[in-house]
Design a protein around this ligand. Structure first.
Ligand code: FAD
Length: 817
């Protein structure tokens, strides 16, 4: 469609960008029965990053649902040519991944277990077996390899044209040579897209503009944190030894990848010193364009590639590509409705796997646009995972370059980013640092992970065995169980919800009863209409018409957005993010009361200051909200302190606690403590795909009263039937075994799930993991108890024990309180 008169003046959905992601989204909208859709492309289809992609289609990622999206792409690509009649170049020739040292071999074996957890049959191979699949490689340094037979490759332009053809057949319009220049809003809701050929009124817009998306986002008032990075690969002349069914090959220790291409090889890689591009904006007219080749930059990769495939040194190079592509700070792409606006969706930042992800991403986006929610939980991709630092594009660029440089390096357990730090700091940062804090980072926040005692350096030493912080964390853990410790949790996200109808509005969003007395703290989930857990937080009633909500650091934008969007429009209620105003010191352990009591006159005995209640107290001139809650299974208080007084209160607590053996403790101890006590973590153990009933959190839903809330009907319906999955706890006492999460769970020899989170419990002296046991016929306690369980850890199966109660005895807790 090129005629000016043919631009529709109105559409239900406008998609910006005619790359694979825009075309796939259009294809799926059409398939879902929505054909009132216009794709706007400023040049021609595929003219962005898509035309120069290498075309590898891998499937396995560290998250089950992202893997599911990529598997969906494969399913689609297998059948698309038959459906549309347009060739796609799809070949299911499998994917091979090499390991050249023992650590990488452990990583690969763990990946193979993860693959099995997610339903993919990945085989481990000896070097000789790998050679049989890839006869032109040198294997003298090989320890082993993994092979995923269902991986493959496509021709990126062809598959995109095929998707576009499918979309057109469903009635979707595609307008090439048309540029989007702006957006019109009614309040925060999209009304029209301005183009070089006139406006198009619309109900929703989807920004699928690749590396141009950040700029378009700015025009729309939406932050899309991605930057352009150069990515190079070469294509050789024909090589007689290259078979057409040669699998794709990833050689992470040599930072390179290969694929067969017209009888020759494509060879590319991920340099440790990536080159950003277009830092001042993408030049006008950069379509079907490549950058100048940078041989000097590529040469180290080529040397590595020749060491793996010696015949590469003998063959001519047909073409070298230097194509820019959009990358993101965490290496994952960006999907979903932007929190700043209504009906502005994003599908961008594909980190050089947009061809592999395109099919699934388009399907998910289409459903998100039409139904207001993705088909399943896509939190690791959700645009709401970003926060304050991601608004600074230079911060984004630096962090993105770090992520790019680590694409093929070892993904160590507990590995932290190093760039752009420190960014957000609690007032105690310097003090804790001088006391040996080793910090981790979340959403830009520096948070103590553990504390080193001299002479140990406060630095993580990574490895697949027990890491160097293990003993230090053991000490912190024991201090919490036996004495008292202070955690700096100032990074918590905190909101103030207030207004004459605040209680009514929150009651509708919260599954538990939050309409209680002033000072009560309610632990609650917020559910979606399917009964899945969207948020998991505490709600404290501060006044008749005012509530104080506390949630996890990483969920700041997500939870705020969920609550804001679901506040009923007929309610007098507002939400305000007050995170920056309050620091949090958590005083936890059996002696917490003695420490706190020594600083204040008010009676804080169990009767005077009960669990799940808040009182205002004053220490050192600071008025503090003391919340008696605990995520570690011990007596304790979260002390919410005006930021300017955090240091004063900290000093008072440490001085008062000295005789009780008070210590600083960090997030790694929290993880161990909460695993023992059976507390769930949102984003891993619980989330939109899991209901409170499945997660063992039915006690936190208010079904006794007639209160209506989002998800109630779904929960009531779920109660009528057996649960098809249920969260359970498993222990494995061998200290030489390291559980990290994603290990495959077997019941009576059958694969039933994987561990959602796991770690070491220092009091129970065992590995602890949570995982959903899945069974279509129903999972109840009898079913759980009648099975024998094994965990597959780095491709070895090991027996484990089912635990239906928290492994840290709750009776001990009662005694201590
Ligand atoms: C060298 C290289 C090799 C790669 N190899 C692989 C691989 O092997 N496997 C893999 O899965 N991925 C690979 N990729 C990544 C893949 O190419 C991208 O992830 C994918 O093409 C992104 O598709 P897209 O639709 O998001 O963006 P694009 O293809 O860039 O499409 C965005 C479109 O938006 C249009 N647009 C922008 N602004 C406007 C506007 N204002 N108005 C209208 N239209 C606009 C652009 O013209 C463009 O056509 C590779 C990338 C590179 C650079």
């Amino acid at each position: 469609m090129t005629e000016k008169s043919e631009i529709p003046g109105q559409a239900r959905v406008v998609i910006i960008g005619g790359g694979i992601v825009g075309c796939s989204t259009a294809y799926h909208l059409g398939k879902m029965g929505c054909n009132d859709v216009v794709v706007i492309e400023k040049n021609k289809l595929t003219s962005g990053s898509t035309f120069h992609a290498a075309g590898l289609v891998g499937q396995l990622r560290t998250n089950a649902n992202i893997t599911q999206l990529l598997c969906y792409s494969v399913e689609l690509y297998r059948s698309l040519e038959q459906e549309t009649g347009l060739a796609t170049g799809w070949k299911m020739n499998g994917g091979l991944r090499l390991a050249c040292n023992q650590a990488r071999w452990i990583e690969v074996k763990r990946q193979a277990s993860t693959a099995r957890s997610f339903g993919l049959d990945m085989h481990l191979l000896t070097p000789k077996e790998a050679l049989d699949l890839w006869p032109i490689m040198e294997i003298s340094d090989l320890v082993g390899a993994a092979f995923l037979p269902t991986d493959g490759q496509v021709n990126p332009s062809d598959i995109t044209q095929s998707l576009a053809s499918g979309a057109r057949k469903s009635g979707v319009s595609i307008c090439e040579d048309t540029e989007v220049s702006g957006f019109d809003f009614d309040g925060d809701t999209i009304r029209a897209v301005q183009t070089s050929r006139g406006p198009i009124r619309c109900d929703s817009v989807v920004i699928c503009a690749g590396q141009w998306s950040h700029h378009l986002g700015r025009l729309a008032g939406v932050n899309i944190p991605l930057v352009s990075v150069q990515h190079q690969y070469l294509v050789t002349e024909k090589m007689p030894s290259v078979a057409t069914d040669l699998p794709t090959l990833r050689d992470p220790d040599r930072l390179t990848y290969f694929k067969e291409d017209v009888g020759g090889l494509v060879m590319g890689g991920y340099e440790p010193n990536p080159l950003p591009w277009a830092q001042d904006g993408i030049p006008q007219g950069f379509n079907f364009s490549l950058l100048d080749n940078d041989w000097e930059h590529f040469e180290p990769l080529l040397e590595q590639a020749i060491a793996r495939v010696p015949s590469l040194a003998e063959v001519g190079i047909r073409q070298m590509f230097n194509g820019p592509e959009s990358f993101t700070p965490d290496g994952n792409f960006i999907l979903g409705e932007a929190p700043e606006r209504n009906q502005v969706f994003v599908g961008a930042g594909f980190n050089a796997f947009g061809i592999a992800a395109g099919g699934g991403a388009g399907m998910a986006l289409a459903e998100w646009v039409l139904k207001g929610a993705p088909p399943f939980d896509l939190w690791p991709l959700d645009i709401r995972r970003f926060g304050q630092p991601h608004r600074d594009i230079e911060w984004v660029r630096k962090r993105t370059l770090e992520a790019y440089s680590r694409h093929y390096t070892m993904a160590w357990p507990y590995e932290e980013n190093t760039s752009c730090r420190p960014c957000r700091r609690s007032p105690l940062y310097d003090s804790l640092k001088s006391q040996g804090a080793c910090f981790g980072e979340k959403l830009g926040w520096e948070r103590p992970n553990w504390f080193a005692s001299s002479p140990q350096a406060a630095v993580d030493e990574y490895g697949f065995g027990r890491q160097n912080w293990f003993d230090a964390v053991a000490g912190e853990h024991r201090a919490v169980r036996e004495r008292v410790a202070v955690f700096d949790q100032s990074s918590f996200a905190k909101y103030r919800v207030y207004g004459a109808d605040a209680a009514r509005a929150l009651s509708w969003i919260c599954a538990n009863n939050i309409d209680t007395t002033i000072g009560a703290i309610v632990y609650t989930q917020m559910l979606n209409a399917r009964g899945g857990i969207e948020c998991d937080l505490t709600v404290t009633r501060i006044g008749e018409n005012e509530f104080y909500l506390v949630t996890g650091t990483g969920f700041a934008a997500h939870d705020f957005d969920w609550i804001k969007r679901n506040l009923a429009s007929d309610c007098d209620v507002r939400i305000e993010d007050v995170s920056a105003a309050w620091g949090v010191l958590s005083l936890m352990g059996p002696r917490a009361r003695e420490v706190l009591q020594s600083l204040i006159r008010e009676d804080i005995s169990n009767t005077a200051f009960a669990f799940a209640s808040m009182q205002e107290i004053a220490i050192g001139g600071a008025t503090i909200r003391a919340l008696r809650v605990s995520y570690v299974g011990e007596l304790g208080w979260e002390l919410h302190i005006p930021v300017d007084c955090v240091a004063t209160v900290y000093q008072a607590l440490m001085a008062a606690g000295a005789t009780h053996g008070i210590v600083n403790a960090g997030y790694r101890a929290i993880e161990s403590l909460r695993l023992e006590k059976g507390y769930r973590a949102w984003g891993v153990d619980i989330g939109p795909d899991y209901s409170p009933l499945e997660a063992g959190l039915g006690w936190a839903i208010d079904l006794k009263s007639a209160k209506s809330f989002i998800g109630r009907e779904a929960i009531l319906a779920q109660k009528q039937k057996p649960l098809v999955k249920s969260l359970a706890c498993f222990t494995l006492a061998d200290q030489d075994v390291i559980l990290l999460g994603r290990e495959t769970l077997y019941r009576d020899g059958e694969r039933v799930g994987w561990l959602s989170s796991a770690g070491w419990g220092y009091t129970a002296n065992t590995n602890i993991g949570f995982g959903y046991v899945r069974h279509a016929g129903g999972v109840d306690n009898d079913y759980l108890q009648s099975g024998n369980y094994e965990l597959e850890v780095a491709s070895s199966r090991l027996p484990c024990e089912l635990q239906l109660e928290p492994v840290y005895d709750p009776k001990m807790l009662k005694l201590k309180c």
